[in-house]
Design a protein around this ligand. Structure first.
Ligand SMILES: *[C@@H]1O[C@H](CO)[C@@H](O)[C@H](O)[C@H]1NC(C)=O
Ligand SMILES: *[C@@H]1O[C@H](CO)[C@@H](O)[C@H](O)[C@H]1NC(C)=O
Ligand SMILES: *[C@@H]1O[C@H](CO)[C@@H](O)[C@H](O)[C@H]1NC(C)=O
Ligand SMILES: *[C@@H]1O[C@H](CO)[C@@H](O)[C@H](O)[C@H]1NC(C)=O
Ligand SMILES: *[C@@H]1O[C@H](CO)[C@@H](O)[C@H](O)[C@H]1NC(C)=O
Length: 471
């Protein structure tokens, strides 16, 4: 069997040679196309404006066309072609070597068919598809050279990604109620850097179950592929999901373990997430899965540190005027729970970094906002009464990034809204930089407390009020 696989009857030999010729022909064409594009990028046409205009204003065309993506695709096809050619040549050499055996042996037609199918047609087909998927620019108008190249479209091969990012034109009317002609589904531009992972993420059968891959999704988001594309598969859920506790109980009770899918965490239940367990799998907000400790936060008089303000005192700054807000940090929603008891609605940002933070916040009856640092907040300007931040905006953060974030918070806070910086900490030597950042907005200082954290680090807590801005 092993011997026969590499042997052919004479007639088959001729056919293979025919195939080979076709393949080599295609190769030559592709090489010419790709070198033509290199010719373009070398700027040949740019020097000669007349020729340029003659070719439908090719300069304009070139500027908006994603040549790099095209190059990548072509390179991919070239690689496929090359390996196919090598394979065919090796096979031919084998046949040449075993000429005498060849005379006596027949490859069955079935084997011959299989060989063509698997070794020749399949790579040819995939190369063909890869070429097809290149969206060459459409030349529109009468030589005016308008050209539509959809952003990023040539970066991805996976059909589902391409379907997602292709803009969807309105079906009936030209302009929809948004006032747009089409809808763009967006993905984060850094998705380009995580192409392999994104393709893995988007590899599913439409309508079937998704893989249990929230971890991969989060890795993509944190890596800058944010927003992620939507998917058309069914999210897995706990088979034994229990009805949640009523709200008068859920706020201060660890949820039922069965309501969380624990795959992807080190722990398998809420008890395991206790600060006593060194293998709990998360580092920030240690102890925040212990409700007895959580109950003391922001309400107890006993706290020794001056940087810990009480909710009561902060709300007293603006009695009755704080109704909605955002808690930007790492935690299990305790701040929102306390505020809920005071009839203030707080949305808590949460990422599942090592523990099911989103799940526990939701199971406590509060609203988790699954958001990374990467994105502009999904709230309109001048809307929030309060932004509270604790636990993760520390001295590690890049100053420019911090600046963008603080300006975004400023945008979202309403005039008279409060920014509560809770236990921000950094290295002593960086303190001036960060103080400048917080003070640059000229907010009214209601509270401002510095306290040592360790030999080199300091805490800063503050409550600042956004002033009205008359333009
Ligand atoms: C090869 O196949 C041909 C027809 O398919 C047959 O006539 C011939 O006997 C076969 N030779 C061997 C060695 O099997
Ligand atoms: C080319 O575009 C200009 C403005 O963009 C327009 O005025 C002109 O009519 C167009 N020419 C053709 C042939 O479409
Ligand atoms: C919660 O409320 C329900 C009815 O609204 C009541 O039956 C139950 O006893 C309450 N639970 C607690 C712990 O107060
Ligand atoms: C906290 O302190 C206030 C006075 O500062 C007092 O009225 C209140 O009873 C104290 N609460 C607790 C739980 O100790
Ligand atoms: C919250 O609202 C409820 C219903 O309006 C009211 O009974 C309760 O006293 C309020 N609680 C606070 C702390 O204002």
């Amino acid at each position: 069997m092993k011997m026969r696989r590499s042997c052919f009857p004479r007639c088959g030999f001729a056919r293979i040679m025919g195939w080979l010729r076709i393949v080599l022909g295609i190769l030559v064409i592709i090489v010419s196309i790709s070198s033509l594009f290199r010719f373009y990028s070398a700027g040949f046409f740019v020097h000669n404006e007349d020729i340029c205009r003659h070719f439908y204003g090719i300069k304009d065309v070139y500027e908006r066309f994603d040549v790099r993506a095209l190059n990548d695709r072509v390179a991919e096809v070239l690689r496929t072609m090359e390996s196919l050619q090598e394979k065919l040549e090796t096979t031919l050499q084998q046949m040449e070597k075993n000429k005498d055996v060849l005379d006596q042996t027949n490859m069955t037609r079935l084997e011959h068919k299989k060989y063509l199918e698997v070794e020749v047609l399949r790579p040819l087909y995939s190369a063909h598809i890869a070429l097809r998927q290149i969206r060459l620019p459409k030349i529109e108008g009468n030589g005016n050279g308008t050209l539509k190249e959809e952003p990023l479209i040539n970066t991805f091969i996976t059909e589902e990604i391409r379907k997602y990012i292709t803009p969807k034109e309105n079906r009936i009317v030209k302009v929809n109620f948004y006032g747009t002609e089409k809808i763009y589904n967006t993905i984060g531009h850094a998705c380009v850097l995580m192409k392999k992972e994104l393709q893995e993420y988007m590899d599913y059968d439409i309508g079937s179950y998704c893989k249990d891959d929230w971890n991969l999704a989060q890795k993509l988001m944190v890596g800058g592929c944010d927003p992620l594309p939507r998917r058309r598969c069914l999210t897995r859920a706990s088979k034994v999901y229990q009805k949640p506790y009523p709200i008068n109980e859920s706020l201060w009770k660890l949820p039922d373990d069965r309501n969380v899918r624990w795959g992807g965490y080190k722990c398998r239940n809420f008890g395991c997430l206790s600060s006593k367990n060194p293998k709990r799998g998360y580092t920030k907000c240690t102890g925040c899965f212990e409700m007895e400790k959580e109950k003391l936060k922001w309400v107890a008089n006993s706290s020794s540190l001056a940087v810990d303000f009480l909710i009561r005192d902060v709300l007293a700054i603006k009695p009755g005027q704080v109704r909605i807000g955002l808690d930007y940090g790492v935690g299990t929603g305790t701040f929102a729970a306390r505020m809920r008891e005071l009839n203030v609605t707080i949305i808590s940002t949460a990422l599942n970094l090592g523990a099911p933070f989103n799940e526990i916040i939701a199971l406590r009856g509060l609203i988790p906002l699954y958001a990374t640092l990467n994105q502009r907040l999904p709230f309109f300007d001048n809307t929030m009464d309060l932004i509270h931040t604790t636990g993760f905006l520390d001295g590690w953060i890049d100053l420019l990034l911090m600046d963008f974030i603080l300006y975004d918070w400023d945008r979202v806070l309403r005039p008279g809204g409060l920014l509560w910086i809770d236990r921000f900490f950094c290295n002593k030597k960086d303190l001036d930089d960060y103080m400048y950042m917080f003070l640059q907005f000229r907010y009214k200082k209601h509270k401002w407390v510095l306290a040592p954290k360790s030999k080199d680090e300091v805490y800063l807590s503050a409550v600042l009020e956004k002033p009205p801005r008359a333009i």
